[in-house]
Unconditional design. Sequence first.
Length: 639
Amino acid sequence: MERINPIASLQRLSELLKKEMDYERQTYAQAMTADRIGSRMQEPGCRYPITLGRCEYNVLDQLVLTLTYEVAEDETDIDFEPGKPVSLFYLSDDGQSVRELPYQCYVEQVDVGIMCITLPNKSALQSVKALSENHLLGIQIGIDMTSYRVMQEALADVMRSDKEKFVHLRDTLIGPLRPSYRNLPRLSFPWLNLSQQAAVQKVVEAQEVAIVHGPPGTGKTTTLVEAIIETLQRETQVLVCAPSNAAVDWISEQLSRRGVNVLRIGNPLRMSSEMLDCSYERRYAAHPDYAELWSIRRALREGLSGEGKSREKQARIAKMRDRATELEIRIQYDLFDQARVVACTLIGSAYHILEHKHFSTLFIDEAAQALEPACWAAILKADRVIFSGDHQQLPPTIKCPEAARGGLDQTLMQKVAKNKPESVSLLTVQYRMNKDIMGFSSQWFYHGRLTAAPEVAERLVSPIDTPLMWIDTSQCHFGEKESRTLSRSNAEEARLLIHTLRDYVEMVGMKKVQDERVDFGIISPYRAQVRLIRKLLRWQKFFRTLRKQISVNSVDGFQGQERDVIILSMVRDNEKGTIGFLRDLRRMNVAITRARMKLIILGNAETLSQHKFYHHFIEYVKDHGDFVTLPDPVQNQSD
C-alpha cells in the first residue's frame, strides 16, 4: 500500500497554485497589449472605450463611479459580477502600449451597457477624470491577488501546524487516518426521505469529516440546512462557508428563513439584498453603542486635526481612544455572541475580524466547486468539517492547463470521497426530473442508485409528449466555426434550434405555455453559440410574449438552475470526432439534468458518438425517447 504523505501533497498543491497564479498574470499581461485592445473591446472581461458618468457615495461611504459603453446586441456583462476586482486602463499617446491606473477598483453593480465601480479614494477619482480629458479609457477584469495570498498562507499554516487536534484532522482528510463516528440514538425527521435522514445522522455522528453528496434535484440544500440546525442543538455556533458569495447567500437565506441568527461576514457589495440586514456592517451600525462610538471617532478626527499638543489634550485623546477601543470590542463581542451561524466565503474566512475565532464544526457548501487551498483556509478554524456538494457536476475553474493536469482541479471533497468512502452519504431520491431524463445520469455517474420521486417520475409538459429527444444533424453537413476567442459556434444548428423551439411551443399550444408559465432553458457549452442563439431569438417576433420564460446561457450559467424544457445545442460537427471540452463529462452532467419534463438535444451523432459517453447516451435516448435523424438537404433537392 502506498504511504500517504500529507506534507508532500500540500507542498505539491502550493506549487500548482503558484503555476495557476503565474499563468493568470501572464494571460492578463498578454490581454492588455495595445495590439489586442481593439479586437477585445466587446469580449468577455473587457470594455473599451468607456464613458465616465456621475460619481456619488454609497451607503458604505465609498466613492461609486458610473461608466457607460456600447455593447453588441447579443452581448451581456455576466463576467463583470458585483465585487469582482477591475482595472482601468488607457492607450499611450502613440497608441503602442497600454497603461493601467494603479488603483484596484471593484464592480458594485452592472447592467447592459452600464457599470458602477467603487474607487479607493478621491485622488483616484481626480486622476481618472483628468486622464479621460485626453485619453479613451477602458476597463478590464483584474486579478484577485488577495485570494492567492490567502490560499498560499493557508497551505503554509496547514503544513507547519503542530497542534495535535488539527494534525489529527489533517491526517484524516488527506493522510492515512480513517474517519471516526460516534454511535448516537437514531434521529427522526419525518419530513426528510430516508437517504436525507441518513445523511443528517452521519453529520451529527462524524468526529472529523462527513460528506453530503447531493446529485441534481436530490434536496442537498434542504438536507444541509437540517444538518446545520441539528448540529446547533449540540453546539453554540458553527461556521458555514462556500466558494462563492452567491452560494453563501443561498444557504444563509435558507437558514434565516428557519429562524437561525446568521451573521454574514464579507463585502456587502457582494451580498444579496436579502442578506444585507445580516451583514456584519449593518449589524455593527445598528448596535446600541454605535452612536457613541461614531461620536468619539468624529471627535478624534477633529481633535487630531487641530493645532496644539498640550498634555491635557493628549490625555483626553488617549482616553477617547481607549473608550473607542472598548466600544469596538463590546460591539464585536455582542454580534458574534448572538449569532448561531457565522457565514462567509472560504477566502473570507481569513477576514481580520475572524482572525482569532474557532469553531467546533465547519460546513462547506458547494465544496465540489472549491479549490482545495481555499478549503484549508477555513478548515484551520475548525475541529471537524462537513462537505456538501456533488463532485460529478461542475468542477472549480482552473485556467492553467499544466496546473489542472497536475491535480489542482481535484477538490478536497473529491479526494476524501475517493479515499474515505465511509464518510459519504449519497442522497438518492430526486425531485426535479422525469425518470427518463434522470435515468442516464443515474446510470453513468451514480451507479444507478437514483430514483425519481413519484410526483415527478411521469411528469410531462403535454400528455402526447415524450421526455427525451435527440435531433441528429449527421446528414445535414452543418459544420462548426471557431471564433476569435477560440469559442465554437454552429450557425445552422442555432437556426435549427430556433425552429425546434417554435415547433415545440406550437405543439404544446401557445395558450397552455403562457397560462401554465412553462419555462425554457437553452444551453450550449460554447459562449459563441450562446451569443448567436440570443441574437437569433431577438429577431423572432413569435417569441416576444415569451421573453421572460426563455433563458439562454452556457452550462456554467445554468448550474443550480432548472427549467420545464431544456434544449441543448452541442455545436461540434466534424468528421474526426473532435469534441474539445465536451469531454468534460461533469459539465455535461449539469447540462442534461436541468430539465424537469423535456430534454431536447441537437447534435451530430456521428461526431459525438465516437466518444464512449455520448455513444451510450445516444443509445439511451433511442431506448427511452425519440431519436430523429434529419435528412440530407442536398440529397432532398436532387430527389
